[in-house]
Ligand binder design. Structure first.
Ligand code: HSE
Length: 309
């Protein structure tokens, strides 16, 4: 029987100023998935964790992309998927994308690599539609490509890999749940021209900073005048985390995806660890349980651990 085990990593969408267009792949944490080919044309989902995610494949973020693959091809096979989640759903670090992208990369491997990376992103976005009601690729694309990706357009798909210098990423996940669909609904539907000008200046500055290895420019560009002022109200301690971490030497950061996780980028490990202590201090004082990670950029994306058995 053909089966594969994969590690599917967490991702940070938006990267502060790049709402829906920029994303970054993290080394840790990762979901573990086992996928087997079946003779029958159907998708079966098993959960090997306590998260109670939907087992109906059409409602599951890993199942929906696989059903789409079966619908679009004349393959007479099916997929049996076991998901062991380590990326908590609703954490803002791409939990739904990890399931969706992981399932598609594993399926592609089992089918003999018949799809391009862009095809895989397109299929995996069906999982995001299940999770948040909208297709967006700023978690899916970095999860599949690795590194930092710019999603210049999703219809049609146009994904650009952005080279970046070594950076440490500190993430704090305060244990409250923010649903992406809710966090999108509260956003204003129109923006002022003066804010748009600042925002696209920052997006261009951030991409240029990554490509030129210019840490100062990266830091100056990590500013969001459109989304963060609205969404940060959902995250206790947000302003203090940002202010104190930057004072401690972080380049900058903000809400990870739609929150509640907050991330900070640092040039070196000592600063990233100092930032972690500050985050822990703030949430201990507020009395909010939390997890922290100090990790780096993952340039590989979804990793295939073993092949055919
Ligand atoms: N770009 C999306 C949003 C990412 O911020 O709504 C959600 O993970």
């Amino acid at each position: 029987m053909k089966e594969v085990k994969i590690y599917s990593p967490a991702t940070i969408a938006n990267l502060v100023c790049g709402f829906d267009v920029l994303g970054l792949c993290l080394k840790e944490p990762c979901d573990i998935m086992h996928i087997k080919l079946m003779d029958e044309k159907k998708v079966v989902i098993h959960s090997a964790d306590g998260y109670n995610l939907p087992s109906d494949p059409a409602q599951n973020t890993a199942g929906a992309p696989l059903l789409e693959i079966l619908a679009e091809t004349d393959l007479q096979i099916g997929f049996d998927v076991t998901i062991e989640k380590h990326i908590k759903p609703g954490s803002g670090i791409g939990s739904s994308a990890a399931s969706a992208a992981g399932a598609v990369v594993a399926a592609n491997h089992l089918l003999g690599n018949i799809f391009s990376k862009e095809d895989m992103v397109r299929f995996a976005m069906f999982g995001e539609k299940v999770a948040s009601g909208v297709k967006h690729a700023d978690n899916i694309a970095p999860c599949i490509y690795g590194g930092i990706t710019l999603i210049r357009s999703i219809f049609p798909l146009d994904i650009v890999a952005i080279p970046a210098p070594q950076m440490l990423i500190t993430v704090v996940h305060p244990q409250i749940e923010v649903r992406t669909s809710d966090a999108r609904q509260i956003l204003r539907k129109e923006v002022l021209l003066k804010d748009a000008i600042k925002q696209w200046g920052n997006v261009a500055g951030l991409v240029a900073g990554f490509m030129k290895n210019d840490y100062e420019l990266i830091g100056r560009s990590l500013e969001d005048v459109i989304i963060e002022p609205v969404r940060s109200m959902l995250i206790p301690g947000f302003d203090e985390v940002k202010k104190r971490c930057k004072e401690a030497g972080a380049l900058g950061g903000g809400i990870s995806g739609s929150g509640p996780s907050i991330f900070m980028m640092s040039k070196d490990e000592a600063t990233a660890k100092k930032v972690e202590l500050i985050m822990q201090d703030i949430y201990n004082r507020i009395g909010l349980p939390h997890h922290t990670y100090v990790t780096t950029i993952n340039n590989e994306g979804v990793r295939i651990v073993n092949g055919e058995k």
